[in-house]
Design a protein around this ligand. Sequence first.
Ligand SMILES: C[S@@+](CC[C@H](N)C(=O)[O-])C[C@H]1O[C@@H](n2cnc3c(N)ncnc32)[C@H](O)[C@@H]1O
Length: 216
Amino acid sequence: MADIEKFEKQTASEQTDLIQQYYKMQSRIYDATRWSFLFGRKEVIRQVPLSGDTTGSIVEVGCGTGINLQYLAKRFPQASLTGLDVSGDMIQLSQKKNRSIQDRLTLLEQPYARGDSPVSNPADLFLFSYSLTMINPQWSELIEQAYADLRPGGYIAVVDFHDSKRGWFKRHMSNHHVRMDGHLQPFLNKHFSPVHDKVHQAYLGVWEYLVYVGKK
Ligand SMILES: C[S@@+](CC[C@H](N)C(=O)[O-])C[C@H]1O[C@@H](n2cnc3c(N)ncnc32)[C@H](O)[C@@H]1O
């Protein structure tokens, strides 16, 4: 079955089950390994043009082990933060890592889904860091939900795999539940006005990754 067809057939609950299963083991080696290929995570947070003294609300969808929540807490020391993740194993690690900011951090073990908003007031910023390419085929619904959950003038920040000219690499990534077909960038640009929109090469072009900030 072509990889894209495999992704198109997944229901949201199948996607959740697969990811929860995948991160049971991967969560144990996540921070020790991902620094070597999840590039651009600090860059995307640096590029968000929100004031450092914002007291607004920031949501990370697929917060994983919580490394970006740490960066966000440092850059926005007065903002309230919410991290969502379907994997309880990842949420537990995030909890441990972010004890020092627990008074302004809410961690939710749940998928982000259309029509099921985790925020009671519109957010200032939504961050998706290497999560959208794993959320198949619901990624487009989630971008639209983030649009609905943002205040006017709020921002979406996305860092993720973009594309690769190497078929073997795309197949390898698809075995790790990642779709990389350059599909995020045009969809983001349809909904948001880009304030930062860069595609970078990794390892001399084995793959490309997208660093994107858009304004609602
Ligand atoms: C590659 S990790 C990225 C983690 C973190 N954002 C980072 O940059 O290190 C992808 C994360 O997205 C989470 N995830 C996958 N599907 C999800 C969904 N539908 N809703 C919320 N989180 C999801 C996974 O459990 C995993 O923790």
